[in-house]
Ligand binder design. Sequence first.
Ligand code: ATP
Ligand code: MG
Length: 180
Amino acid sequence: MYLKSLTLKGFKSFASSTTMQLEPGITCIVGPNGSGKSNVVDALAWVMGEQGAKSLRGGKMEDVIFAGTSGRPPLGRAEVQLTIDNSDGALPIDYAEVTISRTMFRNGGSEYAINSQGCRLLDVQELLSDSGIGREMHVIVGQGQLDSILHATPEDRRGFIEEAAGVLKHRKRKEKALRK
Ligand code: ATP
Ligand code: MG
């Protein structure tokens, strides 16, 4: 499984539709300060279902919609599409390629789709929950978060790794069972 492409339309500073093709392995995004590198990472978290405005570095959820510049009016909606290569079947869905999309309108509503079929946030979360990406995973390490991870206790650090590897929920389940 790997991320194959990411399209942003009206998301934060990406007013025009912008697609990034990704390859297996490491992708680096370089650019001057304020050019939108972190916005790309925010788009990844957002399309996977992120619900916290603060995690998206905004004050309210609508802040992800292009707010306009001196030469360009604000937009009424933000849309992000993430295509994941699933030829190894890591995601529990019978498609070799999976496209998750999320659209948000200024009036607040969000719409989700998996392979162009409208779905609920829960469906997106469930699709991703065993893949090591997605909700509450420490797979996305934000600017400044690195320090807190470096200064964490060994137990906390182990927790981050276990969560990213998808074993934390099994350990929690085991602890719960042993308590009974
Ligand atoms: P740095 O190297 O400093 O970390 P960066 O490349 O990560 O910079 P970002 O934080 O991704 O930069 O982008 C910040 C820019 O995005 C700012 O110029 C900000 O005005 C713009 N921006 C954020 N939200 C919106 C929005 N809703 N509409 C328009 N522009 C936005
Ligand atoms: Mg940044």
